[in-house]
Every structure is written in C-alpha cells, then in structure tokens.
Design a protein around this ligand. Structure first.
Ligand code: S3P
Length: 173
C-alpha cells in the first residue's frame, strides 16, 4: 500500500482476554496517538453491549458490522492504534485490509497462562458461555493458526502490559 510505514495504523490481534485493549491503550499513550477499540466502537454504533448484539441480532450481523468497520478504519484512517475483537481476523476481508494498510501485531499467550483468565472474562464473551474447558481449548488453538499468518508475534506470558507495549513501540522504530 502507498501509506508510509510511520503513518500506518497499528492493529492488535489475538484471542479473547489476552490484553489487546489494555496493551493497545498503552501503545497509543506512548506514541501520542489515538486508540480505537473495535468492540467498543460496535457497541456504540449498535447502542447495545456485545452479548446483547449476539442475542438479539445474531452473530452474522455482528460479523458484518465488525468487518465493515475494520475495513473502513484500515482504508480511511492513519496513525491509530486499533484493537480488534478476537474473531475479527478470521474474516478474510479483515485480514486483507489489515495486512495491506496497517502494521499487525499478534498478542499471544500460552494456553497455561490463558486458562487462568477464563473465569474473569467468561460472562462478557458470548462465544465462551456454555462451553466446556476442552471446547474452549480447541477454539484457542484453532484461532491461533489464523493469528499466526504473516504477523509479528509478541508473547506476553511473562510480560506485564507496560513491557509488552514497550516491545511493540521499540519494534516499529
Ligand atoms: C469475539 C471476541 C470478543 C468480541 C466478541 C467475539 C471472538 O472480543 O468481539 O465477543 O469471536 O473471539 P475480545 O477479543 O476483545 O474479547
């Protein structure tokens, strides 16, 4: 794409609950840039929390709003820090828009670390509700394949959010 590297949006991807929003806010602060949380943006547009969007409008509707919003952000904005919802990157159109206009970082966390966070996030994530731990584990590893394609990975296991953000900032200098 014709957007200079220094001006490209920085996009954070990864599984639910890895810290995309927390780390994204810190990266934005360090670079004096605006932060956009796509899930938050969808909630604002639909004027409903995400579990309610899934319940009342269905997942396909959610994915459509998500996809259109991300493609719009990728093609029409610069210099933003953007965190995607964990399922967004599974959509090919989203991947193509991100990879051609932005710099993408995959925030990774090992399953052993991640599973301790499950109780903290399960109630706000419709895709985790009513699933067994084995089912969640399957989803975790299936998703990871898509996240790993062509992206810089930041393994956050032993990193606090501040250090993870610093690594991202350093790696784009
Ligand atoms: C989803 C992840 C969530 C949110 C929605 C669906 C997913 O975002 O977009 O519940 O499919 O993985 P977070 O990754 O911020 O939890």
């Amino acid at each position: 794409s014709e957007i200079p590297l220094r001006e490209r949006n920085i996009v954070l991807i990864g599984f639910m609950g890895v810290g995309k929003t927390t780390i994204g806010q810190l990266v934005a602060k360090k670079l004096y840039r605006d932060f956009i949380d796509v899930d938050q943006e969808i909630e604002n547009r639909c004027n409903m929390p995400i579990p309610m969007i899934f319940e009342q409008m269905g997942e396909d509707y959610f994915r459509k709003v998500e996809r259109e919003l991300i493609v719009d952000l990728c093609t029409n904005t610069r210099l933003k820090i953007i965190s995607l919802g964990g399922g967004a990157y599974l959509q090919e159109e989203v991947r193509n828009a991100c990879l051609s206009h932005c710099i993408v970082f995959f925030l990774d966390l090992s399953w052993e670390y991640w599973k301790d966070r499950l109780p903290l996030i399960v109630n706000s994530r419709p895709l985790l509700k009513n699933k067994t731990l084995e089912e969640v584990e399957q989803l975790f590893f299936k998703r990871r394949e898509a996240y790993s394609l062509h992206n810089s990975r930041v393994l956050t296991n032993e990193l606090d959010p501040e250090t993870a953000a610093e690594q991202i900032v350093e790696s784009i200098k």
